[in-house]
Design a protein around this ligand. Structure first.
Ligand code: ATP
Ligand code: MG
Length: 496
């Protein structure tokens, strides 16, 4: 074993180095790193009393609450792997993930007791505990782990299941470490930094904030539920310097932001999770909101490509360049593409997962000599800035031309009466495939008007052959559009 592969227990080290700094702020309560470490040790003792030990896996069905942070760190004190359940999954989807990850125990928030009651008949040998039940257990004397191997698995997180069934991603301590370091080398770390976490901890966007907090020694401001008014007010106080958002959250924040804007200490709105509509980026630029577009996935332990501050206006729409420890290339048919040639985005770096759990085929198909094939299509410009276009699996090929649904959706969304848009391809005798669109409207507008709106901005072959007005679009538990399900929502009396 070489020395580089070993690192001290993150929280233990942080509590030793800077015990009095703030670690966690929730509503009106604050915990220092020393207090957080005490809490983590405390819960590690209760969890140990159940016979859970190093290398075991424990599943969490928990909201963005301090208790969740305590339990996550408790598991890390024992070097028990944590698997995170999205609470919007159905009980049978949860049961799949529980079995697949071989979790020995499921801990839930007290208000998820009803979900536990639904999981129990599906998986009756799995011990289930609410947080309150856990707290009343006896404690077992333990010693917290002193060090981690960077290759030790810290968390198992399932992908959102946008392109197929969710896959369990193995995230090592090294992945989290390098992800945090890569981000710090781009954004810097300041004395007064504080990161607002309103994105779910069960996603990598949320968990990575907790990891950075401990590695950097900065506080996390935790919010149970995203609320644009509450967030906007908080960003005006100067308490927060960085916040992670997805497009839909940022949209709501921008719409309700008053003249005052954000406090000058607020320095980074880290935007990720999906495509960022250009009008939103422009609105943010106009309001002086420091948006950092980023690209990443569960497999890369959060962002792997981020647009540096000095480029955010110059390269509007780009996801940026890779973080320092990471690399990217664009490939088609086994060859590296030239600038501006779209192809599959392939990434590499110490933040990239070592593989999927129990998915030999996906592992075989996705990894090649240390590189991860992301399944996303994009291109780089002559300076190496990444532009993400769409998912490979959603590509529409019409008369030999590639059509990216995201491009058409962006145009539809630019219409003021369109609230949501989804585009997919259907079989066509002449062209092979043609695009069709689905829109959720906020004000009535005719199909003809929307089509002619598209004509102004899109080449002829990209114009949807048909547009369906629908009440809602199919989305997964992470609220991502499921284009593969669009075909199922064609209104019965309107089939073409
Ligand atoms: P599954 O892998 O199960 O289909 P998923 O890919 O949606 O689900 P996540 O890991 O949560 O699961 O999401 C990562 C994906 O989100 C990326 O692969 C990419 O398709 C999309 N994404 C992330 N950032 C961006 C971005 N800046 N622009 C466009 N798409 C993005
Ligand atoms: Mg994916």
């Amino acid at each position: 074993i070489s020395l580089e592969t070993i690192i001290p227990n993150f929280l233990k080290q942080r509590a030793f180095l800077t015990p009095n700094r703030n670690a966690l702020v929730f509503e009106n309560k604050t915990w220092s790193f020393a207090q957080l470490f005490e809490k983590a040790k405390d819960y590690a003792q209760t969890i140990s009393s159940l016979g859970i030990k190093q290398e075991d896996t424990v599943a969490l069905l928990m909201k963005n609450r301090p208790s969740t942070v305590f339990i996550i760190h408790a598991l890390q004190q024992l070097r028990v792997k944590a698997v995170f359940l999205n609470h919007r999954l159905t009980p049978s989807e949860m049961t799949f993930q529980l079995k697949d990850s071989q979790a020995k125990l499921l801990i839930s928030d007290d208000d998820f007791k009803h979900i536990l009651n639904e999981i129990h008949p599906l998986y009756d040998s799995l011990p289930l505990l609410t947080f309150k039940e856990l707290e009343s257990l006896p404690k077992k004397d333990i010693e917290v782990v002193k060090e981690y191997m960077l290759s030790d698995i810290c968390s198992i997180m399932y992908t959102s299941g946008t392109t197929g069934n969710p896959k369990g991603v193995l995230q090592t301590f090294g992945n989290h470490w390098w992800s945090a370091v890569g981000s710090a080398l781009n954004l810097g770390i300041r004395d007064d930094d504080a990161w607002l976490c309103t994105v779910p901890i069960f996603h990598i966007s949320g968990l990575s904030i907790l990891m950075r907090s401990v590695i950097y020694g900065i506080p996390v401001y935790l919010m149970e539920q995203f609320n644009e008014t509450k967030v906007n007010t908080l960003l005006q106080t100067g308490d927060i310097t960085i916040m992670s958002v997805v497009g839909a959250m940022l949209q709501r924040m921008v719409s309700s932001l008053n003249e005052q804007g954000y406090h000058s200490k607020f320095r980074c709105m880290l935007l990720g999770g999906g495509p960022a509509p250009r009008p939103l980026l422009e609105a943010c630029a106009e309001k002086g909101i420091p948006v950092f577009q980023s690209y990443g996935m569960t497999e890369t332990s959060s962002q792997i490509v981020t647009l540096a501050p000095e480029d955010s206006l110059k390269k509007l729409g780009s996801a940026g360049k890779p973080l320092f420890p990471s690399e990217l290339k664009i490939m088609s048919e086994g060859k590296v593409n030239k600038p501006f040639e779209p192809g599959e985005i392939v990434v590499k770096g110490p933040n990239v997962t070592i593989g999927y759990l129990n998915r030999p085929e996906a592992n075989q198909n996705s990894f090649c000599e240390g590189w991860l094939k992301t399944g996303d299509i994009g291109y780089v410009d002559e300076e190496g800035y990444l532009f993400v276009m769409d998912r490979r699996s959603d590509l529409i090929i019409s008369g030999g031309e590639n059509i990216y649904p995201a491009e058409i959706e962006e145009v539809l969304l630019a219409h003021p009466n369109v609230e949501e848009a989804g585009v997919t391809g259907i079989k066509d005798e002449v062209w092979g495939q043609v695009p069709i669109g689905f829109v959720v409207l906020n004000h009535s507008v005719s199909e003809e008007e929307l089509i002619s709106f598209c004509r102004k901005k899109l080449a002829k072959y990209k114009i949807p052959k048909k547009l369906y007005k629908v009440e809602s679009l199919p989305r997964n538990a992470s609220n991502k559009l499921l284009r593969r399900r669009l075909i199922e929502i064609i209104p019965k009396d309107m089939e073409i």
